[in-house]
Design a protein around this ligand. Structure first.
Ligand code: RAT
Ligand code: ZN
Length: 407
């Protein structure tokens, strides 16, 4: 009889068996979702779920307004349910839902056994409205195989601040991160000591896993901009003092079309050498970094080879399409081994966890299989145990290491 230990150390020399094992391990591994915009139910209207929220996701409103051709203002003046009805009619009834965001809706409906070709949203609304929210959250986390999610918490947001002030005990699966965009990019948020006090207070109250900021493509370090002073005088010293990772999301051009509101941001190629200089000047800070432009991905991998305090993460936003995720994940496996975090969901609506992770697992499994298959061709077979070790590192180990080894 073959024991479990023998099975785990068995060499996978048959390609079909190798493929099956990679799929098994990748689909079963719990994942730590390192960047989302999700909130637990205690945050009331900030906790988004259900079909109307799913369909009015900004990725889909932008696509709808390309085909529906109604004036932007008219769309925004509609109720959320009417907007969702229009998105459904435009992208799912009058057209085929081929885009990644639209395919995501199909994956979610399908998981719950709902009609993916329905003429309207009656059935889906009835289903989501009948769910008990806490049970539904458990079910969604379970289906997605997500062990925890990192929220995006804005220390200047008054709605959030009111809730944190009550001293609530947040569900352990929802980790906090302090998002510094309004502090770093608005430039009028107060004096250095005032910002520092706000950060200290927020860190004590929220116990974040990291500090984060998104940055425009023209971000330069060093520079003589106000942001540079805030980084040097407040953010980096705070990160060092508390042993907190600094997460930088680079390359977003905000409000390229303000009429599209939340859907109106674009992207631009950024300067990776600024991140290299930050890593070189602050070897005692750990950086989690993602770039929005496809053109920056190779440079990011090379920068990470030079600085072991730099961890590339995710295929962010406009990169989260199967063709690009496949390319980036393979490139990272080829240049960095398993020393990166392949994906985050960026989910804003609870059930997006289901599709974003279903789709990501597929692309990660494809890329890993291809690496192991090459390894086999080159003369080395892999074992099930080694596949598990590699996947756990990619799905949670690298993030945990980043957040425990600081300080
Ligand atoms: O992906 C998104 O939903 C974007 O709107 C942004 O939230 C982006 O991820 C960000 O965190 O700035
Ligand atoms: Zn985000």
């Amino acid at each position: 009889m073959v024991t479990t230990t023998e099975k785990l150390s068995e060499l996978l020399t048959d390609r079909d068996e190798l493929r099956a094992e990679v799929d098994l391990v990748v689909n079963a591994a719990p994942v730590m979702d390192v960047h989302t915009h999700l909130f637990p139910p205690e945050f009331n209207e900030l906790c988004l779920f259900g079909i109307d929220e799913l369909l009015t996701y900004h990725y889909l409103t932008a696509e709808t307004l390309r085909s529906a051709r109604i004036p932007y203002n008219q769309f925004w003046s509609m109720s959320k349910t009417s907007q969702a009805d229009l998105v459904w009619k435009t992208l799912f009834v009058d057209n085929s839902p081929t885009s990644e965001a639209a395919q995501g809706i199909i994956s979610v409906l399908d998981v719950f056994g709902l009609d993916t070709r329905a003429p309207d949203l009656k059935e889906a609304r009835a289903f989501f409205n009948s769910q008990n929210l806490n049970d539904h959250i458990d079910q969604v986390f379970d289906i997605a195989g997500v062990s925890g999610v990192v929220m995006t918490n804005d220390p200047l947001d008054e709605t959030e601040a009111e809730i944190w002030k009550t001293g609530i005990n947040v569900d352990q699966r929802f980790k906090s991160s302090l998002r510094l965009d309004s502090l770093l990019n608005d430039f009028d948020s107060g004096s250095v000591p005032a910002i520092r006090r706000l950060l200290d207070q927020s860190i004590q109250r929220l116990n974040p896993v990291y500090l984060a900021a998104s940055l425009p493509p023209d971000f330069k370090y060093p520079s003589d901009e106000i942001r540079d002073g805030l980084l040097r005088e407040v953010v980096l010293p705070t990160a060092k003092e508390y042993g907190l990772t600094l997460t930088l999301m680079v390359g977003v051009r905000r409000s390229v079309n303000p009429e599209l509101r939340e859907a109106g941001d674009g992207l631009g190629r950024a300067d990776v050498s600024s991140i290299e200089r930050l890593c070189a000047d602050h070897p005692d800070v750990k950086f989690l970094v993602t770039f929005l432009s496809r053109e920056n991905q190779h440079e990011l991998c090379v920068a990470a080879r030079k600085f072991n305090n730099l961890m590339p993460f995710g295929c962010w936003w406009f990169l989260n399409n199967p063709s690009i995720v496949t390319e980036i994940t393979r490139e990272r496996l080829e240049l960095l081994g398993q020393s990166f975090i392949p994906q985050h969901s960026d989910a804003r609506v609870l059930e997006q966890l289901i599709y974003k992770w279903k789709h990501a697992r597929k692309q990660i499994a494809d890329a890993l299989y291809s690496s192991y298959e090459q390894l086999l061709q080159n003369g080395r077979a892999i074992t099930p145990q080694e596949i598990s070790r590699d996947v756990n590192r990619l799905f949670s180990g690298n993030f945990n290491e980043w957040n425990s080894a600081c300080g």
